[in-house]
Structure formats: C-alpha cells, structure tokens
Design a protein around this ligand. Sequence first.
Ligand code: ADP
Ligand code: ZN
Length: 206
Amino acid sequence: MKLIFLGPPGAGKGTQAAGVSAHLGVPHISTGDMFRSAIQNQTPTGIEAKKYLDAGELVPDSVTIAMVKERLSMDDARNGYLLDGFPRTVDQAIALDEISAPDAVVDIDVPDERLMSRLTGRRICGKCHGTFHVSKLTDEHTCPICGGELYQRSDDHPDTISTRLKAYHASTEPLIGYYKGLGKLRQVNGDSQLEDVFKAILATLE
Ligand code: ADP
Ligand code: ZN
C-alpha cells in the first residue's frame, strides 16, 4: 500500500505514521526526519536545507523531490510506503504521481488553535525519535519508551511555528483539493485521543 499522511504541523502525523507503517509493513518515510539527519551529518542536502528548517520555511521543491525520489528507489519501498511530510506542495504531488502514485491520502485534521500548544509542548527522543507532549510526561527530560534524552526541536518555538502554519495554509492545504479531485482523499479528525485517531485511520483505509 502506498499512503500519504497530510495535515498541519502538530497534527500527529509522525506519531500515527509510526504505528500505521508498522501495522501495514511499509516503511515510514518522513522528509522532516530525513532533513534533520542530513543536517546532522552535514551532507550537501543538509547544508542546503538547514536555513529553511531554521526559518520554518519549505525547502525548495527541487531539493526535496530529488531526496524523496532516491529514497523511494530503495528496496524496502518496493511494496509500498507511508510518506509523512511529503508532498507539501502541488508541484511535489505532481512529481510523486510520476515517480510512484499513492493509493490513498489520509488528511489528519486539527484546528489551528490546538496546534500551537501541541508544538510548543512537543519533545523528541534523541535515541528512538519518539515524539511526546510534556503534559503526558512525568520526567520532561527522559524518554518513557527507551530512556533516551528528550530535546525540543529548534523549530518548535512560537515565531517559527507561525511561519510553518502559514506555509501549511499557503502551500500544502491546496493538496486536499488536489487529492479529493483524484478520489484518493480520506479525512480523519485528529483532535482526539491517540488511540482513537489510530483506529479512525485504519477504519478509513479498509
Ligand atoms: P512538521 O510537520 O511538524 O512541521 P516536519 O518534520 O515534517 O515537521 O518538517 C520540518 C521542516 O522540514 C519543515 O518546516 C520544512 O522546512 C522541511 N520539510 C519537510 N518536508 C518538506 C517538504 N516536503 N517540502 C519542503 N520542506 C519540507
Ligand atoms: Zn526514546
């Protein structure tokens, strides 16, 4: 199965994608994670992408599309994929249709006013890359799953979050209409408990 998770930053795409990709047996491919590790490893893509991530702006399509094309050519993506954070522009969606068109697109919907607190309270595990919200942690610094150290993403600060939300509305939201037109869109309410969102996603894929 070839699947896309769409939705604003903070909708829970990453968390849900981890569970759903394991359930379906397809690789979870997050362009945000790929950029962050490219930055850490100082690859040419990472060096190019860093200024955009720091600002909360989209990395240019040419860079992003080339990176995803290479990733999708790898062996583990032969039987499908779950893309999280790509496509984010109509041009990226058109490119993906040429590389390997998705079967379904899940739009995880969360109202804007909920996103800011979700993102400012988000903590990431440096070891297992799990994502957590401070409101659910007993220890703000330690991963409840693997014991690794938790950190806050540098783009999870209010100014950068506003820029990311603007980029979402301007560039990514039009994809809802694009995939609706192709009959591939499935909408899920992301403003509820994690387990309920997970169940709703699986139900919509049946
Ligand atoms: P979130 O969905 O929480 O905003 P991501 O980890 O998906 O976070 O993305 C972080 C950043 O990586 C984005 O703000 C953007 O700079 C860059 N990025 C990720 N995916 C794409 C994409 N498909 N196109 C352009 N930039 C991207
Ligand atoms: Zn961890």
